[in-house]
Design a protein around this ligand. Sequence first.
Ligand code: NAI
Length: 332
Amino acid sequence: MKTITVFKGDGIGPEITDAVIAILQQAHADLDYEFFNVGAAEYERNGALIPDAAFASFEKTRLLLKSPITTPIGKGFRSLNVTLRNKYDLYANIRPAKANAAVKTPFPNVDIVTFRENTEDLYVGVEQAIDADTIHATKIITRKASERIIRDAFAYAVKNGRKKVTCVHKANILKMSDGLFLSVFHDIAKEFPAVESDDKIVDNVCMQLVMRPETFDIIVTPNLYGDIISDLTSGLIGGLGLLPSMNLGKDYAMFEAVHGSAPDIAGKHIANPTALLWSACMLLDHIGDTETAARIRRAVDTVLSAGMTLTPDLGGKATTEEYCRSIIDVLQ
Ligand code: NAI
């Protein structure tokens, strides 16, 4: 049995966590859980965003299933996601957007995996006030971080029989920083001659993703573009409720939905737990329990195809709990 750490998070976090754990238990996933409340609400209660015991648990289990955390806009504490990704060097953020036959979208053939560099770029939030009216933000791109995410993207392509890796950048303007990322990409592409490679500028990619998403296979990109593009890919497959992710480093792995804490629907019992559930399936795959992961995915497909108990984001009227109950019924 593997022990995993679970962070319940803010907003819809606790609701979707409860749903996912109930499904994992019904599927008899061979897991033991250490639960922690973390985030803005926990800070209000106990004065710590992430309690020491929660850090200690992750450092022991090295596997974290994490719900979204609210980050104040334009003020307040630094994003806990950025903190976790940097503290544990979770450098590869892998976000698979695959259309599901049961979810109607104009793009039935989308199957795009975004490899987002997770530890540098503008996203780490290094900012400096030059004077009262001037702020500088630092964009950090290093050869080391670029090499490892790009190599991982190509290695994934080989391992999973994927055809093409596309580097997404803005090296026409950011000639030095994105220029370095792009030149590392072209160097590493030579190590993987069996995989097609190309590069595209990020603004063009946004248009092409909406017009011709089926022409993309694997995308590798610096942190900020990866953040934005992967939300776009979630829109192609039916919304944020359906996009899982994993954050991998050498020693630690963290699994989370791509979406945030959705304060607009928190407490209304209408959040879609699928993105977190599929993230949990990625965790099961990661620890070698592919059979349980496949069984859960099949149960989700059955419920999505039946269409009777969908949450409102997918056009239904069911509550989170009713949707979860349907998956549990299929598993039974
Ligand atoms: P969001 O992803 O929370 O919500 C965007 C829209 O998608 C909202 O209309 C929301 O209701 C909907 N949505 C998201 N997840 C859903 C689900 N599972 N089921 C149904 N509908 C869903 O983005 P927003 O509103 O920009 O951010 C809210 C907070 O979350 C902010 O504090 C932000 O910093 C934080 N955030 C945290 C993340 C994390 O912890 N990994 C990731 C993204 C944002």
